[in-house]
Design a protein around this ligand. Sequence first.
Ligand code: SF4
Length: 474
Amino acid sequence: MSQVAPLPFYTRARQAMADQNLQTALDRATGRMVVARKQAIGLIADGEAARDHARQIRAHTIANLDRYLDEFVANATALGVHVHFAADAEAATRLVVDIARANDVTRVVKGKSMVSEEIELNHALEAAGMRVVETDLGEYVIQLDHDVPSHIIAPIIHKTKEQVAETFRRELHATEAEVAGIPEMTAFARRMLRAEFLAADMGISGVNFAVADSGSLCLVENEGNGRLSTTVPRLHVALMGIERVVPTAADLAVSLRVLARSGTGQALTVYTNVITGPRRADDPDGPSALHVVLVDNGRSNMLRTELEEILYCIRCGACLNVCPVYQEIGGHAYGSVYPGPVGAVYTPGAFGMGPWADLPQASSLCGACKDACPVRIDIPRMLLALRARAEEGGHTPRWVGDGLHVFRLLATRPRLFRWASAVARRLSRWFGPNGFDRLPGPLAGWTRHRHFPAMAAETFTARRRRQAETRGQS
Ligand code: SF4
C-alpha cells in the first residue's frame, strides 16, 4: 500500500485543520452519522447483547480462521466458484489482471471495495489497457477528481455538495439543472453509470462477509451498484480480506444487525446481496463465472499478536465518526487507505511501522472508538502497544524516549517523585506564576494551540492529607 502522502503526518494534519471546506464537510457528515448510530443502536431492545454476540462471533472466527477459510473454500469451490489466494498486493493485482486477460475483458465496472484501494487495483487494470469505472457514487466522484477516499464507508465525506457539483460540471459537462441539488446530481450520475454497467465485461466487488458453511458471499450497499456490478457483466471477481469469513448464516445475521446500525444508522442497508455461486443449470441468474480472491496482504502478520483483535473489524466506520481527532483532520491526513482509529492500528499492524509510525500517536486515548465499536474492539489498548513498538523500533524522536525513561525512573520511586515534583512546582511558579503561553524546544507543540497553566501551589497528596486532618479534628 503506497497511499502515504509525501508530507509528514503532523504537516498533513495542520493543513487539514486549516482547510475550511474540509471542516464544513466533516462537521456536517460526522455529526449526522454519530446521532444516527446512537438512535439506531438504541432502537434494538437488546443492542448491547447484540454487540456482545457479534464480538464473540468475530473472536471465535479469528481464533479459528484457518478452519473457517478451508470450509469456505471447499463449499465455494463445490458451487463452481474459482477461489484464489494472494499473499500480497502484487499477487492480488496480478491475479485479477490475469483473470481479465484470460477472458478478453476490456471494460470493468467496480463496486466499492476497500481491498481494491489497498492493493491499488485500478492502476494495474488501467496499465493493462482496460477501462475501469467506479460505480459507487462517492467512489465515482473520487475517480473523476483523481482523488482518494477519506472514510471507509463514506469515501467523499471530505467534499461538500458544491464541490461535487463542480466536478460534474468540469468532468462530465453537467448542466446547471443537472447539478441543482443532491437528487439531481444522483440522477445524473445514475444515467452516466447505467451505460457502463451494460457495456462491462467484468464486475469487481468487495465482500463484507463470506459464509463458511455455504460458500456464499454477502455484500451490503445502498445504491444498487453492487448488485448491478455483480450480476450484469459476464464475469464477477470478488476481492476479500482473509478475515471477512463468518461460520454460518446465523452468524451473518447477527453481524448484519450491528453493521448498518453502527455505520449509517440504518436498521439494514438498502441492498443486502447474498451470492451463492455463479450461474448454473439450477440457478440461471448472475455471471457465468465467479472468482474470489482471498487477500492476505499483511493480515496474517497480526494473527496471534497483541493486534489480532483489529481483525474483528467489520468496517462500519463508527470509530472514525466519533473520534475527536478524525473529526478535526479527516481521512487524508492519515495518508492511509484505512484512516481514523481503526486505520491507526490496522495500517502499521499490517504494513509495518515504516511511514506509519506516527499514526498510533493520532489519538487522545479517550476511548470513544471502543465505546462506539459494534464488536467492542479495544483500539486504545492496541494504540498503546503500537506506541511501545514505535519506541522500541526507534521510530519516535529521541527526546520522547528519553523523557519517558526519566518519567519511569521518577514514577517508580515515590520519594524521588515527590522531591522532583516539589522542585518542578517551585521552578514553574517562579518562572511562570500565571502559566506559559510558550514553552521551549520540543514542548513548544503544546503551547502552539493552548495555554500551559501554572502548577498548583499545593500537591494533590498534600491537599488530601490536609483534608483528612481537618476531618479528623472536626
Ligand atoms: S474498529 Fe469497530 S468501529 Fe471501527 S470500523 Fe471496525 S468495527 Fe467499526
